[in-house]
Design a protein around this ligand. Structure first.
Ligand code: C2E
Ligand code: MG
Ligand code: MG
Ligand code: MG
Length: 280
């Protein structure tokens, strides 16, 4: 029996946990700094009407490159932000950035397309969210339909009255709301169908599995359900011509993914809007 060898795995285990906690803390502190000093970036991914291949709008996605931490993915830092109560701050930063950009485009005579902003779970049950958005829109004299919102299935299933109030308020002024990552949660369809939502976004996992013949009946069922409750469908993560053709054939209306375009910077997007403007 060798006590030294017994102790080794335990020490490694502690070291792993310690590293993970340190990393989390560094990300939290870095994020606070980034929010204060405007070190985050918004990129926009185009959305298309599948049958006509027409550009219909964008989704705003956060990017963060920190001098010390390197590039940190939103899948990593958004959940940490939510856990340390930074979700609202993060959302507001994105909303402010996106609306300011749309306003600049309007001023320069460009016809902006709707931009969808992802809203963190807890923030969507905050009654102040609607007020915040309304005040920003009126300050910039922007029409409500230049902005759309994306919330996850879990938020929509949460029964908090404030969520329904927000959904109704957005509906009443024409801000469309999408349920993101649809199919990955455990939604009660009957409850979902009672909500005032405008789109469901089929999660990219289902879209990508279509190639191998998987999930075909599941995607068909989602499309049938969406049609029954009069909600439009956006497929996310379309990566191939086969996926896009199949989805269009099944009656899916909109889509986004690397097959069409990766998320691009605001200035690249401006060039795209100019091209559409000049062509039209
Ligand atoms: P999401 O809202 O479901 O966004 C879709 C993700 O799929 C994005 O990842 C996008 O870059 C990626 N994507 C787009 N097309 C394709 C494709 O063809 N193939 C594959 N494999 N991926 C594709 P991203 O930007 O890394 O964001 C990940 C998640 O982080 C988002 O999922 C969203 O939940 C969250 N997130 C990103 N930006 C924000 C933000 O500004 N605010 C909040 N609250 N959450 C955000
Ligand atoms: Mg989204
Ligand atoms: Mg999604
Ligand atoms: Mg996602």
């Amino acid at each position: 029996f060798d006590a030294k060898h017994q102790a080794l795995p335990l020490r490694l285990y502690h070291a792993d946990i310690h590293d993970a906690l340190t990393r989390r803390l560094e990300i939290e502190q870095g994020l606070r700094r980034a929010l204060e000093q405007d070190l985050l970036t918004v990129v926009l991914q185009p959305k298309y009407h599948l049958l006509s291949q027409q550009l219909t709008g964008y989704e705003a996605l956060l990017r963060w490159h920190d001098a010390a931490l390197g590039t940190v993915a939103p899948d990593t830092f958004v959940p940490i932000a939510e856990a340390v109560n930074l979700g609202k701050k993060l959302d507001c930063w994105v909303l402010k950035t996106v609306l300011r950009q749309i306003s600049l485009w309007c001023e320069s005579g460009l016809q902006p397309l709707p931009v969808a902003v992802n809203i963190t779970a807890k923030h969507f049950s905050d009654p102040a969210l609607y007020e915040y958005i309304q005040s920003k829109l009126s300050l910039l004299a922007l029409p409500a339909d230049c902005l759309q919102l994306e919330i996850t299935e879990g938020v929509a299933m949460d029964n908090a009255p404030a969520i329904l109030e927000n959904l109704n308020a957005f509906r009443s002024v024409g801000i469309k709301v999408a349920i993101d990552d649809f199919g990955t949660g455990y939604s009660s369809l009957s409850y979902l169908t009672s909500l005032p939502i405008d789109y469901i976004k089929i999660d990219k996992a289902f879209v990508q599995a279509l190639d191998k013949g998987h999930n075909l009946s599941l995607v068909k069922a989602m499309l049938a359900m969406a049609q029954a409750i009069d909600v439009s469908v956006i497929a996310e993560g379309i990566e191939s011509a086969e996926q896009q053709a199949l989805l269009a054939q099944l009656g899916c209306e909109f889509g986004q993914g690397y097959f069409y375009a990766e998320p691009a910077s605001l200035s690249e997007t401006e060039q795209q809007l100019l091209d559409v403007h000049n062509a039209g």
